[in-house]
Design a protein around this ligand. Structure first.
Ligand SMILES: Cc1ncc(COP(=O)(O)O)c(C=O)c1O
Length: 390
């Protein structure tokens, strides 16, 4: 759904003419400038651009000091990467229910909290904001950290504050399916200097040799290579300038589409924690049962899909996790680590029945910011007719 064109070409040209594609020492400083611009747009003190949303989540967890011995609560409806990131730092993902907003159910989060819980990872699926007020209250009461997975919600907000800035850290993805993109990239944001420094060190195996090492108050430890180069930075700078325009168009399209449906049908909309902050990428409708949902989704012109069919986004399909293959080597597998003995790692396909029921009875209709008024009306009409024919 993203937009791309001459602006990206112009930014790339500047970087290429500058003659340096590595972020360190580049005269154009595309990645560094993007980080400043992203932090400014989102409203965070620090931003670190990395090579994907998964790396951003891992950077956030490393930044927060999460590791073996820790449980992190994730929703059962998210891309498996949310749980993978937890395992990548040696901790254990505990899977909680999703509620009627298609985001993590705060009540289920409370249920899953144990003496080992260190953090909650709300995921703003499809750009739908999680209930950050309630989750913040729970985290404060239990002394837990929050890492927001805003990978599907670039630029979205909750109660007037951008997603990714409610928690102790937030992670974004700019892969090919996101609101803005560089093919593959991501960003982690935080207001905490220490979290930023730890994520910075981790994302750059050469951290101890870089000029910036002199300014760090955290002694460099061993990291990996999750950096991005200047070409990615160049594309992201141009993409960022498109962000608020895309969001405004998506929200306008979603509002118009929804009001046509509300005026002309009795179709039931999913609940929202903040309709104003919602990114507008998707309209969600709820049906009394799966058969009705499937009939509606498959009706001519509706172009609907059921979240239960989205494979990797549903915990029942996370085979490597359900079967506890948590790393490439048994000695590094968090499920085998002695520090994790006694943690909650009981997984089963029926552990989140509420989530499965909601995913089976919901239909998503993807919005497009570039629909003409005629296209929008025709699609809404198709839904009204499909609803009438049920
Ligand atoms: C909710 C969620 N979290 C994390 C990720 C991982 O992002 P990436 O593919 O950029 O690593 C994605 C990507 O699709 C996602 O949808």
């Amino acid at each position: 759904m993203y937009r791309i064109g001459q602006e990206e070409v112009d930014e790339l040209k500047k970087v290429i003419e500058g003659g340096t594609l590595f972020r360190v020492g580049s005269p154009y400083l595309a990645v560094e400038n993007f980080e400043k611009e992203w932090a400014g747009t989102i409203g965070a003190d620090y931003a670190l651009c990395v090579n994907g949303g998964t790396s951003a989540l891992i950077g956030g967890l490393v930044g927060l000091g999460i590791g073996p011995g820790d449980e992190v609560i994730v929703p059962g409806y998210t891309f498996m990467a949310s749980a993978i990131a937890v395992l990548a730092v040696g901790a254990i993902p505990v899977i909680a229910e999703t509620d009627g907003t298609l985001t993590i159910d705060p009540e289920s989060v409370e249920d899953r909290i144990s003496e080992h819980t260190r953090a909650i990872m709300p995921v703003h699926m499809m750009g739908f904001p999680s209930d950050m007020e309630q989750l913040t209250e729970i985290a404060t009461r239990h002394d837990l950290l929050i890492l927001e997975d805003a990978c599907q919600a670039d630029g979205g907000s909750y109660k007037g504050r951008r997603l990714g800035t409610w928690g102790d850290a937030g992670a974004f993805s700019f892969n090919d399916f996101k609101i803005i993109t560089a093919g593959d990239a991501g960003c982690v944001v935080t207001d905490k200097r220490e979290v930023y420094e730890r994520a910075l060190i981790y994302h750059d195996g050469g951290a101890s040799f870089r000029p910036y090492a002199e300014d760090l108050s955290t002694p460099p430890f061993i990291g990996v290579q999750n950096r991005v180069g200047e070409l990615i930075g160049a594309v992201l700078r141009a993409q960022l300038r498109r962000l608020d325009g895309i969001l405004a168009d998506l929200r306008r399209v979603k509002k118009q589409f929804s009001s046509i449906l509300k005026e002309n049908s009795s179709l039931q909309f999913i609940e929202s924690n903040d309709p104003e902050g919602d990114c507008g990428t998707t309209v969600g409708l709820r049906f009394p049962d799966e058969t009705t949902a499937r009939t509606f989704a498959g009706a001519g012109g509706v172009n609907g899909n059921l979240p239960i069919d989205t494979g990797k986004h549903v915990y029942v399909n996370w085979e490597p996790i359900l079967e506890k293959r948590g790393a490439h080597h048994p000695a590094l597998n968090p499920f085998n680590l002695p520090q994790n003995a006694g943690l909650n790692m009981e997984y089963s396909k029926d552990m989140c029945p509420q989530t499965l029921e909601i995913l089976k009875t919901t239909v998503f209709i993807p919005m497009n910011p570039d629909w003409t008024p005629q296209e929008l009306e025709a699609r809404a009409e198709a839904c009204i007719k499909a609803g009438r024919d049920l």
